[in-house]
Design a protein around this ligand. Sequence first.
Ligand SMILES: NC(=O)c1ncn([C@@H]2O[C@H](COP(=O)(O)O)[C@@H](O)[C@H]2O)c1NC=O
Length: 509
Amino acid sequence: MTAKKASAALISVFHKDGLEPIVKKLNDLGVTLYSTGGTETFIHDLGIDVVPVEDVTSYPSILGGRVKTLHPKVFGGILNRQDNESDVAQMKEFDIPQLDIVIVDLYPFEKTVASGASEQDIIEKIDIGGISLIRAAAKNFKDVLCVSSMEDYEDFLNVISEGNGTTTLEDRKRFATKAFNVSSHYDTAIFNYFNKEKEETVLKISETKGQELRYGENPHQKGYFFGDFEAMFTKLHGKELSYNNLLDVDAAVNLMGEFKNDDPTFAILKHNNACGLATRSTIKQAYVDALAGDPVSAFGGILISNVEIDKPTAEEIHDLFCEVVIAPSYSDEALDILKGKKNRIILVQNDIELPETMVRTCLNGILVQDKDSKTDAKEDLNPVTDKKPTPQETEDLLFASKLCKHTKSNTIVLAKNKQLCASGTGQTSRVDALNQAIHKAQSFNFDLNGAVMASDAFFPFPDCVEIADKAGIKSVIQPGGSIKDQLSIDYCNENGMAMVMTGTRHFKH
Ligand SMILES: NC(=O)c1ncn([C@@H]2O[C@H](COP(=O)(O)O)[C@@H](O)[C@H]2O)c1NC=O
């Protein structure tokens, strides 16, 4: 028989909110309630009969609550197999009460860590009894229903109400699955707290919020996102985000993070790379000049601003077909305009920290690395040529370098007056990247005279500076570090070019 009428429940929860309707329902259904300290007081104060767990164990809660439910009579009541004769006999022999429902809400370990509590407080928030109750009840799902978190109170209330006190095997197994999700996530959090210094070279990731996407990178691939999108963004409008949208949003947010404290800056991205970027005194002008970088690629792009989007900017954007718009805020009029296209996704980016590590699959495993958090600044620039960049060129070099860091390697970025002229992206040779950038800039009528060039990695030969020179580019930023650096420096000196080295490579594969 798979459906079971519940006759007794053990309730031991940290968060009491939301518990009242459950307790009342179980009481109405004639279920005997057993409970621990604070939970027992809570139930008692509701005027509902409850048996203290101490009456079962004949022990008080000891060691400051470290041991209260950890007792054979409690675990026997949960783990016994009701269809096993020997178990049934032992239940009688040792006078163990049958427990059909176990409701636990664990000590809030993760919240305690996040609050910056002391190590001692954190250790005390490692739940032992509760996690054991959860594991035991979930293991014995054939006979017991386990509610393992306050987040499942409502689901449980529906189940028990609809079944009029009876639970089905299907429900019990479903709740057991939730329970092992809770227990494994809890243990992962504890392990990661202990392994802060990475003494153990192992990787434990536990994401409890997941979402199936319409499909993966292409319609024939399945796709999922595991993470807390709502914590990062408030979605104001538009269709569901796709796998590719999410990757583009990630690229956009990481790029714009470089310009967080700068003048109004607008970026347009396609396939994870920027095809337009400009910093201006108004966000409208920044958008217009970003779009000028490549109005063709901008079609269907991802748009991101580092300041509020106002009405004049929204009016400009509205003419463009774009997938996603991201900004810290929107004026009411701007929002009304942008909402004029049904599918356009409009996101408000919340001001939260992003993870400092990056994770991706590799071969039959996973690669993890620190994010490239180094932003080249004025003090990092080492002028290596006779000619030094002008102050305007220096600004442009730093602007181009920020973008270089967020563009697929090999890349060359050409910029002028804090506007992206063009970049070569994801090329197998640096020369190809430069030629692509020059060709593209010229096709959109950019005058490269006085433009600057940024390279994500060193020049192994002087060919790039020579090609750049012939296109009118007079200032270069690159990490340096090639054994043939001097050849590029010599070329610059002989041709009146300025070059600075940063010492930091910014590959992005
Ligand atoms: N020590 C034990 O035997 C034990 N049994 C249950 N707990 C936890 O105690 C909390 C409830 O305690 P109270 O009912 O006293 O407020 C729950 O979060 C539950 O997970 C325990 N506490 C920690 O391990």
